[in-house]
Design a protein around this ligand. Structure first.
Ligand code: ADP
Length: 320
């Protein structure tokens, strides 16, 4: 075994990164902890036995026996954690490869559908246009899902690149609200926007922050419907910009609230009311906001509505 291989084996941080886990969840770390537990248990057993047992042979036997039991237990635990970590790594690798492989054919598919819909290669009969529109909408949704899976795999492997620059959160919110108008009208939901004037910029990745704002507003409309109201607010709170989306929708049952930011989680009420959704948006939103050193949270009451919020630090900005 070369020195380089030995050194890479000892580089725990790198090995944990390979599994997409933090240091303390990683098998190598568990192995070290188990080793420390065995050493301390042996010393403890020795001290206790020494006090109550006179025969040194018996003391040695007890210490060896307890150490062996703990060593075997430690091996089983570390092995199980390693298997789990390996399964997580394979899942991550599978997700990354699958989503990247799917993205190209879907881009082509969308391009062909757009071409057909545009009528540039011949007019499409009226009765067939409707089917093309369905095809277009569904392929767009699948593409969105693939992009979300790619983002999740980047987050999990700790490789989500952020292109930070000073940005106006107010402009982003205005654009997202403008873009959501058709969906809001179709869902019979009214959107109100209140913002303080002269808000400072924040430093962040514009497209990623827009993704979070879109997710909050899209969810608020999606889980409201029927003459509902969505109130969007943006204000300055100390050294933070505070963004909030309050809806009068279905709310989230208390027992589901602790899982809301977990990936692929969708509450039962949401599943019953709204088929469209992946349960990835809020997981991505949380990762993005935390990567900007902000905070994210929500409050909700089933049947009454929800309020999702995030904050971004102003102090990071260079041009305020
Ligand atoms: P998606 O909406 O695609 O399922 P998200 O990650 O954005 O995924 O949301 C996760 C879950 O959180 C949703 O499935 C829903 O159960 C719940 N949720 C999010 N926003 C709201 C909201 N405004 N009102 C009620 N439930 C919500």
């Amino acid at each position: 075994m070369s020195l380089k291989t030995i050194l890479s084996q000892l580089n725990f941080r790198q090995r944990c990164k390979r599994y997409g886990l933090s240091l303390w969840q990683c098998p190598d770390f568990v192995f070290i902890i188990m080793g420390i537990v065995v050493i301390f248990s042996a010393l403890f057993t020795y001290t206790i036995s020494f006090r109550y047992i006179e025969d040194p042979l018996l003391i040695a036997l007890i210490v060896i026996l307890i150490s062996w039991v703990l060593l075997i237990l430690g091996y089983i635990v570390t092995h199980a954690v390693e298997k789990l970590a390996e399964a997580t790594r394979l899942k991550l690798e599978f997700l990354t490869i699958m989503s990247h492989q799917l993205r190209a054919p879907f881009a082509n598919l969308r391009w062909v559908i757009d071409l057909l819909v545009s009528g540039r290669i011949g007019s499409v009969p009226e009765d067939q246009k409707e089917y093309l529109d369905i095809l277009k909408e569904n392929s767009a949704r699948l593409e969105e899902l693939i992009n979300k899976i790619i983002t999740v795999s980047k987050i999990e492997s700790g490789r989500l690149p952020l292109e930070k620059k000073p940005i106006s959160l107010k402009e982003i919110v205005q654009k997202v609200i403008h873009g959501s108008k058709v969906f809001a009208e179709a869902s019979n939901v009214e959107i109100e926007f209140h913002s303080e004037d002269n808000l400072p910029n924040v430093v962040g990745d514009e497209s990623r922050i827009r993704e979070v704002v879109e997710n909050f507003i899209d969810n608020a409309i999606k889980y409201t419907k029927n003459k509902g109201k969505v109130k969007v607010s943006l204000l300055k709170k100390g050294n933070w910009l505070y963004f909030e989306v309050k809806d009068s929708g279905i709310g989230i049952p208390k027992e589901d609230q602790k899982y809301i930011f977990q990936k692929f989680f969708r509450s039962q009420t949401a599943l019953r009311r709204q088929a469209r959704g992946s349960g990835l948006g809020l997981f991505i939103a949380k990762s993005i906001i935390l990567a900007h050193k902000g905070k994210i949270g929500f409050s909700s009451e089933e049947g009454k509505g929800s309020t999702f919020w995030f904050t971004l630090p102003i102090s990071l900005s260079k041009d305020n």
